[in-house]
Design a protein around this ligand. Structure first.
Ligand SMILES: Cc1cc2nc3c(=O)[nH]c(=O)nc-3n(C[C@H](O)[C@H](O)[C@H](O)COP(=O)(O)OP(=O)(O)OC[C@H]3O[C@@H](n4cnc5c(N)ncnc54)[C@H](O)[C@@H]3O)c2cc1C
Length: 391
């Protein structure tokens, strides 16, 4: 039996960042994670950080390497009809995004936590939140065969989409909104220089493709694929051929290919569970919502949630005010729904949908043509892509 103020379930970016922000505010917290630290670091996921996320990492004191190694991007390119068109974020919004892998964000947060001697329990089994509808919640887990209980004031459910916290809430208290898309993304990570200094989002009659990166020497590429495709059936050569077909000629001719160092298929889903608070249990990040990765919003939403949550807990302990705690769910959900809308819209615009056929493809190209030639439409895309303010 031990005691802390905030028991955090999950050591993904949401849980680790919340822990770091709480430590800065002088609020004790313990993180309980079901996997090993190496497993958590091995997951290749997001790579585009909004300025709001970077500011939160600065506040947490873990942004030094990000500023040294992260790539500042002032725009993206949209490819369709065989040509590329740039959306200039800096000109349209005065803002930019930073390319820095989720793995690196996680590594920086883990190192800082370890250096500060803050407690994280890895490889915890049977993690269970208890009594969060009362005044004395706790989290139990089994480690090395022994059962442990952490008594706490609050539980933060930062345990991702498949985590235990949302599932512990009575079904009648939750409202769930969901859309599963009829395709997935086949992603390849390779130790090759990116084909272009900025991301290329490609709408093609064969399906969507994305040229992204993690650094100047490491590229991340994706092609839209059927949901039932098996990753083993895609050789590296097949992947590069398919990617080239979906790019404009200049990109297809100059892309540098190489062996994949990671290859996986991810399904695409829009999902929101409301509310994000149940008594003394607060959901944050993928535990409460999922977006298709097209808009690069998943990690940024998780960071925004814990930014608000850390502020709310700090106000509770330092200012004896529960205003932030009481407003948390509504404030987060407003931002979440805006990002859900953008991610759904951008996904709908860029992908090939089996049911819409040739007419749907013509509509997409007409909208893209309007978008890249209208300052108003380009600004709307840029504003959402760089991220809306954390209000
Ligand atoms: C395959 C894939 C690719 C993605 N690509 C992109 C992308 O390109 N761009 C983008 O913006 N977003 C992307 N995302 C989304 C982004 O990675 C997530 O939004 C982000 O990881 C959310 O962070 P989180 O901390 O909320 O959840 P997670 O990163 O899922 O972390 C949750 C943590 O909780 C732990 N956990 C789960 N259950 C329990 C339990 N019962 N007890 C204790 N611990 C538990 C998990 O092991 C995990 O470490 C991708 C997601 C996936 C799955």
């Amino acid at each position: 039996m031990s005691r802390t103020r905030v028991a955090i379930v999950g050591a993904g970016p949401a849980g680790l960042l919340l822990g770091a922000l709480l430590a800065k505010a002088g609020v004790d917290a313990v993180i309980v994670e079901q996997r090993s630290a190496e497993y958590v670091l091995g997951r290749i996921r997001a790579g585009v950080l909004e300025q709001v996320t970077v500011a939160l990492l600065e506040q947490a004191g873990v942004a030094a390497r990000l500023h040294a190694e992260g790539l500042v991007h002032h725009g993206v390119e949209l490819s369709f009809g065989g040509a590329r068109h740039r959306i200039d974020f800096e000109k349209l919004t005065g803002k930019h995004v930073t390319v820095y892998g989720q793995t690196e964000v996680t590594r920086d947060l883990m190192h800082a936590r370890e250096a500060a001697g803050l407690e994280t329990v890895y490889e915890a089994e049977q993690v269970t939140p208890h009594d969060f509808d009362g005044t004395q919640p706790s989290v139990s887990y089994v480690k090395d065969g022994a059962t442990h209980t952490i008594e706490c004031d609050f539980i933060a459910g930062c345990d991702g989409f498949h985590g235990v916290c949302r599932q512990s809430v009575p079904a009648a208290a939750l409202q769930v909104f969901e859309r599963v898309y009829p395709f997935g993304w086949l992603g390849v990570l390779s130790e090759t220089p990116p084909v272009s200094p900025e991301l290329i989002y490609s709408n093609h009659e064969r399906g969507f493709a994305l040229c992204s990166m993690r650094s100047t020497t490491r590229s991340r590429y994706y092609v839209q694929c059927p949901l039932d495709d098996k990753v083993e059936a895609w050789s590296d050569a097949m992947f590069w051929d398919e990617l080239r077909r979906r790019l404009d000629r200049a990109a297809a001719e100059t892309i540098v290919t190489g062996p994949s160092i990671e290859k996986s298929i991810a399904p695409l889903r829009s999902f929101v569970a409301e509310p994000m608070r149940f008594g003394r249990l607060f959901l944050a990040g993928d535990a409460a919502h999922i977006v298709p990765p097209t808009g690069a919003k998943g990690l940024n939403l998780a960071a925004g949630d814990v930014g608000l949550l850390a502020q709310a807990f700090a106000e509770h302990y330092c200012d004896r005010s529960d205003a932030g705690i009481d407003a948390y769910s509504a404030r987060s959900l407003r931002r979440v729904w805006r990002a859900e809308r953008f991610s759904w819209w951008f996904t709908s615009l860029m992908h090939k949908f089996p049911e819409t056929g040739a007419f749907g493809q013509k509509m997409q190209v007409a909208e893209l043509d309007y978008l890249v030639h209208s300052v108003a439409a380009s600004t709307a895309l840029a504003e959402n892509y760089v991220g809306l303010p954390l209000q």
